[in-house]
Design a protein around this ligand. Structure first.
Ligand SMILES: NC(=O)c1ccc[n+]([C@@H]2O[C@H](COP(=O)([O-])OP(=O)(O)OC[C@H]3O[C@@H](n4cnc5c(N)ncnc54)[C@H](O)[C@@H]3O)[C@@H](O)[C@H]2O)c1
Length: 313
């Protein structure tokens, strides 16, 4: 099926993620059945969607007169059987409990049309080994980021048997919603961003627990350094600027070596200083590459300074 022809989807679980994901579909003009076990959760979800939409309108992201039609496209219900009928895409955002996911997917396999794509918003469960689907070719992970109605990234991971047409459809559908899908080659716990974030988490806890710095000092230090650099050079290109020879030494000092890095160094790909590292700078000199980076750093530093949020309170 062409993602442009998707008319109706199902979102199961109306919590922190599900309500906002339903809102994203409805904003793109798609009918959404929003299912939860709990009627109170559905009422709360609809209230939150109303607030989110009003806020987005206030922030200039949405025209206020479109809000009633967006809300009207979302149909909250506790009946998964009826809600699943006729959908082209179903996504579960229920609690991160394997048995609950199993039950929900069993219902989706039973009640959604056989051609519907079935997606999980799991943060870290390998649903492809947990579930025992009749047709694994239509299962995919789409890992959204909170709040889904603002953060563009959705990580998409196929299972070993996910059909390539299901991947293509899912990516195109997410793009239709205005999302920016990043496709992983396979499932890995925590995907890209949460995996990186998990190391930050451990480091923060270690610093706090040892009383090496206060919460305010840590956040201030991060915001006035990584906060300025990360949006420009990401998490990988930054090493092109450090130099991959330094990266190799840093790995060595931890008793580690990665062939990927060793091979690059053997080929004189040291990063910006040799015009090639993780990225190829197309023959530009080190000064040209650094100048472009620094122009952006200056803009980012000035922009963040203007927000006046380097201090938490
Ligand atoms: N919270 C986040 O920032 C975040 C980010 C990315 C992914 N996720 C993942 O998204 C999923 C949902 O997380 P959340 O934070 O929205 O959880 P949540 O607890 O806020 O919401 C889960 C909802 O699922 C409902 N539910 C439970 N069992 C159900 C069932 N059998 N049928 C229908 N509804 C059922 C609950 O009533 C609840 O309203 C989890 O897998 C989580 O790991 C969460």
């Amino acid at each position: 099926m062409d993602s442009k022809d998707v008319k109706k989807v199902l979102v199961v679980g109306a919590g922190v993620m599900g309500h906002s994901i339903a809102q994203v579909f409805a904003t793109a003009g798609i009918e959404v059945a929003l299912v939860d076990l709990n009627k109170k959760a559905l009422d709360h979800a609809m209230k939150m969607i109303g607030h989110n939409l009003e806020n987005l309108s206030e922030f200039g992201r949405l025209d206020a007169p479109t809000i009633p039609a967006i809300i009207a496209r979302i149909r909250p219900t506790t009946d998964i059987r009826e809600a699943a009928s006729g959908v082209d895409f179903a996504l579960e955002a229920v609690v991160e409990v394997p048995d609950v996911k199993k039950k929900v997917f069993a219902d989706l396999e039973q009640f959604a049309p056989p051609k519907a794509v079935l997606a999980s918003n799991t943060s870290g469960l390998d649903i492809f080994t947990i579930l025992e689907p009749k047709d694994p070719s239509r299962f995919v992970i789409t890992h959204w980021f909170s709040p889904p109605h603002i953060i563009p990234l959705v990580e998409v991971a196929p299972g070993p048997k996910t059909d390539s047409s299901v991947m293509a459809f899912t990516i195109a559908l997410l793009e239709r919603l205005g999302k920016r899908p990043v496709v992983m080659r396979q499932f890995t716990p925590a995907f890209i961003v949460n995996r990186i974030q998990s190391y930050i988490f451990l480091a923060v806890m270690e610093i706090l627990n040892n009383n090496w710095a206060t919460p305010e000092e840590i956040d201030y230090a991060v915001k006035i350094s990584l906060g300025i650099r990360l949006p420009i050079v990401g998490a990988v290109q930054t090493y092109d600027f450090s130099g991959l020879d330094l990266v190799q030494d840093m790995l060595k000092s931890r008793g580690m070596s990665y062939p990927l890095i060793d091979d690059k160094i053997a080929n004189n790909q040291l990063g910006a200083k040799t015009g090639k590292g993780f990225f190829d700078y197309g023959g530009r000199t080190e000064s040209e590459i650094v100048k472009e980076r620094d122009a952006l750093y200056v803009k980012m530093a000035d922009f963040l300074e203007g927000l006046n949020k380097f201090r938490p309170v």
